[in-house]
Design a protein around this ligand. Structure first.
Ligand code: AMP
Length: 573
C-alpha cells in the first residue's frame, strides 16, 4: 500500500490530521490519545522545543517562552521570541505540521510526504503561500490548499447529493467566526460569499461568563483584582461553558481563592444555562450580522438554503444551533464532531486527489477572496494622472480562472509599461496592497499595434500568474512576484530549514510525560496550601521515576499524577 495523502486542519487553537480508511475519513489520535493537537509551541529552560499539549499547558506558567495563535500572523513579518529562539509564523506552523506528520506516520506505520491543508476562505496569497512553505519545512508537499468551509461540505458528503443544493457553513471557533454560502451543483462546490468576524469566538463567551462569576466571587469576599484569582475564574468559566453545552447547570468549585480580608475563600456556586445565556445575550447580534451579510452578498434569502452546517468547537453551544434554526427555519446538520469536520473534509479531498475509488469524483472550485488588478492612468485634458486601480479579476470570481485585458502606452514616445499589480477593493491603488510589478519593455515605437495583452491566471491554490504579451513582437513577460511577504525562495527556505534543524525537539514518544508534567506545573502555580502539597508530592514521585528511567514505574507514577491533577483541578479534593 502506498502512503495516503494527509488531510490537515491547521487551526488557530487546535490542529488535526485525518486520512481516509475504508472509505471514511478518520481523525488520527496523537501519542496522548487525543485527536486535537493544540497549535502551540514552547521552549523549555534548556532550549528544547515542546509542541502541542505540553506547550499549551506552559502558556500560563511560561508565557514568554510559548507561542499560541500564530496562524493569525501567517503571511506577515511578525516573529515570536521564545527564550533563545526567534521563530516566524511559518516555522512555528512547520513545527506543528511536523508533529502531525509524525502522528500520521506512527498510526499508519509508513512515511508520508504529501498533504492537503485547509485555510480560511479569506486567506490571501501571502497567507496561502506561507502555509505551503510551512508544509515544505515540515517535509510535506502541500498538494493543495482548500478552504475550510469547502472541506466541511466535503466531509458532509454534500458533493455526492444528486441535486442542486445551497448550504451555509457557520464556523465558530475559539477566536473567529466565519460564515460561508456554498452552492453545490453536480458535484461542483462553489463558494458564493463569505463574511465573518475575526474577533468573535468561544473566548468572548468565556469572558462574559467569567465576568458573571467574578461578580459572585466578589460578593463571596474574593479578591477578584488579584491576577491568579482572575486566571482561575476565567479557566473555570471555560470549563463551565463546556459543561453547559450538555447539561442545564454546572457547578463551579474553586477552593482557596485569595480573600479581600486576607483569609482564603472557598467558592462553590451553581451556574444554570439560562443564567449563562443571559450573560451571552450581547453576542447574539454579532453572530447574526455576518450571517445576514453573507446571505445578502450571495443574494440569497434564508429560505433558499437547503443545509446549514455547524463547524468549530463553539457551535456545540445549544445557543448557536438555536440561533441557526431560528435564522434558517431548519435544524442545522451537526452529525460530525464540529471540531473534526474540516480535517475530515481535507482527507476526503486528499482521497479524491489520489483517485481513491471509494470516493466519487468531485470538482472543487472557489472564489477569489480579493480583487486583483493593475494600476492605470487616466488622461485629464493635457494631464495624465496615475494611481487608479483597474481590477482584472473581481472579488468573488470563481477560480480557477484566467482573464485577459489589453493596455496601451499613454504617449507616443513611451516604449515601456510598468505593470504594478495590486490586490484590494479601493479605487485608488495607494489604498490597496502592492503585490509586485512587471516591466514590459521594447514596445516598438513605430508599430501599428502598440498594445500589450495582459493575462491574469488565478488558480485554486490562490497563486496569481501575470503574463504580458507585446502584440507587435510577440514577446512574453511573466511576473515574478517580488513582494516582501512573498513565498520563500529556495535560499530562504533552505535557511529556515537549517534554523529548524538546529532546534532540539522533544521526541513525540515522550509526549505523555511532558504533558503530565506541564499540566501539573500549571495547576501547581494556581493551588495553595494542602492541595498544593499533595500535588507536589506526586510531581516529585513522577520526576524520580523519570530519572530512574524504568518504563513501568514511569507509567504508574504518571497515571497517579494525572489522576490527582484531574481531581484537584475539578475542585473536588
Ligand atoms: P476551535 O478553534 O474550533 O477548536 O474551537 C475551540 C473553541 O471551542 C474554544 O473556545 C472552546 O472553548 C470551544 N468549545 C469546545 N468544546 C465546547 C463545548 N462542548 N461547548 C462549548 N464550547 C466548546
Amino acid at each position: 500500500m502506498s502512503a495516503p495523502i494527509l488531510g490537515i486542519d491547521l487551526g488557530t487553537t487546535y490542529s488535526l490530521v485525518s486520512v481516509l480508511q475504508a472509505g471514511r475519513p478518520v481523525v488520527l489520535a496523537n501519542a496522548l490519545g487525543e485527536r486535537l493537537t493544540p497549535s502551540a509551541v514552547s521552549v523549555d529552560s534548556d532550549g528544547t522545543v515542546l509542541v502541542g499539549a505540553p506547550a499549551r499547558a506552559r502558556a500560563t506558567t511560561h508565557p514568554d517562552a510559548t507561542a499560541l495563535a500564530f496562524k493569525r500572523d501567517m503571511g506577515t513579518d511578525r516573529v515570536h521570541r521564545l527564550g533563545p529562539h526567534t521563530l516566524s509564523p511559518v516555522q512555528l506552523s512547520a513545527i506543528v505540521l511536523r508533529q502531525l506528520r509524525e502522528v500520521a506516520e506512527a498510526a499508519l506505520g509508513m512515511p508520508v510526504t504529501e498533504a492537503i491543508v485547509t485555510v480560511p476562505a479569506y486567506f490571501g496569497d501571502a497567507q496561502r503561500n506561507a502555509t505551503r512553505d510551512a508544509g515544505r519545512l515540515a517535509g510535506l508537499t502541500v498538494e493543495r490548499i482548500i478552504n475550510e468551509p469547502t472541506a466541511a461540505a466535503l466531509a458532509y458528503g454534500l458533493h455526492q447529493r444528486d441535486r442542486e443544493l445551497r448550504a451555509v457553513v457557520l464556523d465558530l471557533g475559539g477566536g473567529t467566526f466565519d460564515v460561508t454560502v456554498l452552492e453545490i451543483i453536480e458535484g461542483v462546490i462553489e463558494i458564493q460569499s463569505s463574511a465573518g468576524d475575526a474577533r468573535l469566538g468561544g473566548e468572548d463567551f468565556d469572558e462574559l461568563l467569567a465576568a458573571r462569576l467574578e461578580e459572585q466571587a466578589r460578593e463571596a469576599g474574593v479578591d477578584v483584582e488579584e491576577a491568579r484569582a482572575r486566571a482561575r475564574l476565567r479557566e473555570a468559566a471555560e470549563q463551565a461553558k463546556r459543561r453547559l453545552s450538555t447539561s442545564s447547570e454546572a457547578r463551579v468549585a474553586l477552593p482557596l481563592l485569595p480573600g479581600r480580608s486576607g483569609r482564603e475563600v472557598d467558592l462553590d456556586i451553581l451556574v444554570t444555562r439560562d443564567e449563562a445565556e443571559a450573560a451571552w445575550a450581547p453576542l447574539l447580534p454579532r453572530l447574526r450580522g455576518p450571517v445576514l451579510r453573507a446571505l445578502g452578498d450571495a443574494r440569497r434569502r434564508p429560505e433558499d438554503i437547503d443545509e446549514v452546517l455547524l463547524v468549530g468547537g463553539s457551535t456545540r453551544m445549544p445557543l448557536v444551533s438555536h440561533l441557526a434554526a431560528q435564522l434558517f427555519g431548519r435544524l442545522p446538520l451537526r452529525s460530525l464532531p464540529p471540531d473534526e469536520a474540516v480535517a475530515m473534509g481535507a482527507a476526503v479531498q486528499a482521497a479524491l486527489k489520489a483517485g481513491d475509488a471509494s470516493v466519487e469524483d468531485v470538482v472543487v472550485t472557489d472564489i477569489a477572496p480579493f480583487s486583483l488588478g493593475v494600476e492605470t492612468s487616466r488622461r485629464h485634458g493635457p494631464r495624465v494622472v496615475g494611481g487608479f486601480f483597474s481590477p482584472l479579476l473581481e472579488r468573488g470570481t470563481v477560480v480557477p480562472t484566467s482573464r485577459e485585458e489589453v493596455f496601451s502606452p499613454m504617449t507616443d514616445a513611451q516604449d515601456r509599461i510598468d505593470l504594478k499589480v495590486y490586490q484590494g477593493e479601493h479605487a485608488l491603488v495607494r489604498d490597496n496592497e502592492l503585490l509586485g510589478n512587471l516591466l514590459v519593455k521594447d514596445i516598438p515605437l513605430m508599430a501599428e499595434d502598440r498594445s500589450v495583452r495582459v493575462r491574469f491566471t488565478y488558480d485554486l491554490n490562490g497563486i496569481l500568474e501575470v503574463d504580458a504579451t507585446v502584440v507587435a513582437t510577440g514577446a512574453v513577460h511573466q511576473l515574478v512576484l517580488q513582494r516582501r511577504r512573498e513565498k520563500l525562495t529556495g535560499k530562504a527556505l533552505e535557511e529556515a530549514r537549517k534554523a529548524l534543524a538546529k532546534l532540539k525537539i522533544h521526541p513525540a514518544d515522550l509526549l505523555p510525560n511532558q504533558t503530565a508534567l506541564a499540566r501539573a506545573d500549571a495547576l501547581f502555580v494556581e493551588l495553595r496550601g494542602e492541595p498544593r502539597e499533595l500535588l507536589a508530592h506526586f510531581i516529585g514521585e513522577f520526576r524520580v521515576a523519570l530519572q530512574r528511567q524504568d518504563p513501568a514505574q514511569i507509567v504508574e507514577a504518571r497515571e497517579r499524577l494525572n489522576a490527582v491533577r484531574a481531581r484537584l483541578s475539578e475542585g473536588t479534593p
